[in-house]
Design a protein around this ligand. Sequence first.
Ligand SMILES: NC(=O)c1ccc[n+]([C@@H]2O[C@H](COP(=O)([O-])OP(=O)(O)OC[C@H]3O[C@@H](n4cnc5c(N)ncnc54)[C@H](OP(=O)(O)O)[C@@H]3O)[C@@H](O)[C@H]2O)c1
Length: 263
Amino acid sequence: MDLAGKNVLLTGASGGIGHALAEAFAKQGAKLVLSGRRATELEALAERVSGRVVVADLAKRKDVTRLLAESGEIDVFVANAALPGSGALEEYSTAQLDRALEVNFRVPIVMAHELAPQMVARGSGALVFISSLSGLAATARSSIYNATKFGLRGFALALHEELIGTGVGVSAVLPGFISDAGMFADTGLQVPPGFGTRKPEDVAAATLKAIADNTGEVLVAPPLDRLGAKLGGMAPNLAGRLQRLGLVGDITEKMAAAQKSKR
Ligand SMILES: NC(=O)c1ccc[n+]([C@@H]2O[C@H](COP(=O)([O-])OP(=O)(O)OC[C@H]3O[C@@H](n4cnc5c(N)ncnc54)[C@H](OP(=O)(O)O)[C@@H]3O)[C@@H](O)[C@H]2O)c1
């Protein structure tokens, strides 16, 4: 798909990866609708990429309806917004649980349900779901995030198959640890020994390529991290044993502590 002049709706535009996605789409000449809760960040970004801002709290259903109504005709939808969803299940209130499930999982599906038929009717469009390597392999103190990212990946892969031949592409993008900006970089933590990072710009480039090729799933991480996640997905019992032997160190506890305010 040639993105020049195409209308792109990007959620989570105010975040680290959202900024890189917005810049990458703008470079291709796309017209952006930028969404998030933080108006100031969004307005500053909109000025740089000539985008239009729609402030919306995706945990509020009326905001989701308004976002869809105010976005107009959309050619490319990128479901990028998410909460970190880190920490032990027992630490979560039901309200916090609901918020993470809503923003990370239900809203991308509801928005795709609204947008996909219009794209199919036009015979052209793309839906992108930013999942995670946490959509492939599970870790302790990440049950909520794992649930949403496994779920989003499954949804995207099924819809990808469902819409083959309609002119509408569907892709799941699975980043590993991302440096420089975004929810991992914001913690200030180092990745565990043996793990590596990619940059927000790598996620953006992979997203544009996934749209161009209509790739069902793309992983954005160094080769060893990709292999580890794939093996973790194929052999979860072994992966669990390796984690108990210290494969990922104490990163999940530290991330949960650093991201507690974002529940
Ligand atoms: N960074 C990583 O290492 C990494 C790795 C794998 C996958 N990912 C995925 O990449 C995507 C982007 O993450 P990021 O790293 O850029 O994180 P981030 O900087 O924390 O950005 C998260 C974005 O989600 C938005 N958001 C959160 N709650 C919202 C709500 N209730 N309503 C509307 N928007 C909401 C935030 O907007 P406001 O704060 O303005 O509301 C922000 O724009 C996420 O899906 C994440 O799971 C990230």
